[in-house]
Ligand binder design. Structure first.
Ligand SMILES: Cc1cc2nc3c(=O)[nH]c(=O)nc-3n(C[C@H](O)[C@H](O)[C@H](O)COP(=O)(O)OP(=O)(O)OC[C@H]3O[C@@H](n4cnc5c(N)ncnc54)[C@H](O)[C@@H]3O)c2cc1C
Length: 490
């Protein structure tokens, strides 16, 4: 194994959100939310010469023009009025930007408060086909295509110990109309979406941090570091920073599903042989209970990360870089793919990222995407769930504006849909960590109905109750569900 040329650090993985680990200095790992408003350094450096012989290698995504957002000018006192809007959105990630564009389509006045300047690094790079319709509706789909991101047609799953594997092609799902998605560098991708929201007329305050929320009978007040914003409703789309759930004491980390992840971008990674644009997921170990991702980009670089039981790695006392490379060296499937890999970004880590909130709505408040809940990312569901939640929130708000009622009860259907969609993915994730189901998955070629049903879930078709795998996994079919599974697995 050649030594990697990426930045090194002895810093250990700490509980909390994304940790940035600086290069050769013995810098302490910092929370990226420790300095609100400070831009986060993008991890991706210009691609180095790559000998990776794959389609799309050396093809660079087109550069993105600077954001046309406004920097909020400092004002004396926190109570200066920055503006009045129908809806104020906290967070300019995929969920916030999509929600803003959809609300602008309805003719609502909207602002986004985003605490850091874009472009900025964010993990969550492999997208799902069922997001595509929503971006078509928001009007941003062509702009995403124009950047030249890697088009993703399938996902490959591998069991590390046996090297059993299977590719799932989205065109073979139960629904044939969602054959592709993208794999994106989030620094560029999130900026396209935020710029689009601004193009559609959303006012973007950036960099600016939201600091508190107050629901009054006649309006919502969002306090920021520079002054207040008044709106009918505030949407919290602040991601795993959980702007509101943290303040409400509602953020509940999953009690048993505690994981740690470490990741970086690399050149010279051996990609999927069936289709170099596929994401590869490698599941390993019973005691360590973890998996790798390998996500190829169109500029020749590849995102590689490992997720494993938090306790195992806390005891091992490893830095993110050591954690990632130790795992790779021990992996039958990953070691050959990474033998000549060269790191081209910062090693980063995150821990205990699966959580939920007691409530997703309140009077004049809706939580959207990660701000309400986040689940294990093995099925690349995060951006899709946030984007879907944005669509559902826009529908709920349309109804609320129609009757001028912004009380919690108007948003209860929204909360129920969010919970049921998340439950489907959680059931699928539990199944993934169960060896028997995983075995069924990688041998599903012999069972076309099971394979199509799995493929549909992987595409994000989570509200399709014609998918017997959904009713089986969520237990909705009771005893009948067993019959469904028998029908599925043959
Ligand atoms: C290890 C790992 C791997 C993952 N892999 C994938 C994947 O392959 N595919 C996938 O789809 N998802 C993946 N995810 C999930 C993905 O990162 C998130 O689900 C996704 O980014 C959620 O989008 P969002 O818009 O809800 O939040 P975010 O993208 O987090 O955006 C929230 C925004 O809010 C801003 N903000 C926060 N607080 C404030 C405040 N107080 N004031 C103003 N602004 C604020 C932040 O700066 C940020 O820009 C992964 C997650 C992890 C941990």
């Amino acid at each position: 194994m050649k030594p990697t040329k990426g930045k090194r650090s002895g810093a250990r993985i700490a509980k909390g959100r994304t940790q940035h680990v600086k290069g050769s200095r013995k810098a302490k790992a910092k929370r990226i939310d420790s300095k609100p408003g400070r831009p986060v350094k993008a991890a991706r450096k210009p691609a180095r010469a790559s000998n990776t012989k794959t389609a799309g290698a050396n093809r660079r995504a087109k550069p993105v023009t600077p954001a046309r957002s406004e920097s909020a000018t400092p004002r004396p006192g926190a109570s200066a009025l920055l503006g009045r809007f129908d809806v104020a959105i906290v967070g300019g990630g995929p969920g916030g930007s999509t929600l803003a564009a959809l609300l602008r389509n309805q003719g609502r006045s909207v602002c986004i408060v985003e605490r850091v300047k874009f472009p900025r690094f964010r993990i969550g790079e492999s997208l799902l086909p069922f997001s595509i319709d929503i971006w078509k509706k928001s009007g941003v789909l062509q702009k995403i295509h124009d950047i030249g991101f890697m088009v993703k047609r399938g996902a490959r799953f591998v069991i590390d110990e046996t090297l059993e594997e299977e590719c799932f092609w989205f065109k073979n799902g139960l629904d044939k109309d969602h054959p592709y998605a993208f794999q994106v560098q989030r620094a560029d991708f999130d900026k396209v979406l935020l710029d689009h929201a601004a193009d559609r007329g959303a006012r973007v305050f950036q960099p600016l941090s939201a600091t508190s929320f107050l629901a009054r009978p006649d309006k919502a007040i969002l306090e920021t570091k520079e002054g207040r914003i008044e709106a009918q409703v505030v949407c919290d789309v602040s991601g795993r920073w959980t702007f509101m759930s943290s303040r409400q004491g509602q953020r509940k980390v999953h009690p048993t599903h505690r994981k740690v992840t470490a990741f970086n971008h690399f050149t010279n990674v051996v990609r999927c042989e069936q289709d170099p644009s596929n994401i590869i997921i490698v599941r390993f170990g019973d005691t360590r209970m973890g998996w790798f991702w390998l996500i190829p980009f169109s500029d020749g670089t590849t995102s590689v990360g490992v997720v494993a039981d938090a306790e195992y790695y806390r005891q091992a006392q490893l830095s993110p870089e050591q954690f990632l490379w130790k795992s790779i060296k021990e992996s039958r499937a990953m070691e050959p793919r990474m033998r000549h890999a060269v790191a081209c970004g910062e090693y980063r880590s995150e821990a205990d990222f699966s959580f939920t909130s007691d409530r997703h709505v309140a009077d004049r408040l809706i939580k959207v995407g990660d701000a309400g809940a986040f689940i294990d990312p093995v099925f690349s569901s995060g951006v899709f769930l946030s984007t879907k939640a944005a669509e559902l929130a826009a529908e709920a708000l349309d109804k609320a504006f129609a009757v001028n009622d912004f009380s919690e009860r108007m948003f209860q259907d929204y909360e129920q849909k969010i919970r049921s969609g998340t439950a489907v993915f959680w059931a699928f994730i539990d199944a993934f960590y169960n060896r028997d189901f995983l075995k069924q998955m990688v041998t599903s070629r012999r069972r076309p109905l099971l394979q199509s049903s799995i493929t549909s879930l992987l595409a994000g078709d989570i509200y399709n109750m014609d998918n017997a795998l959904i009713t089986y996994l969520t237990g909705k079919g009771g005893a009948f569900a067993d019959e469904e599974m028998k029908a599925l697995v043959g």
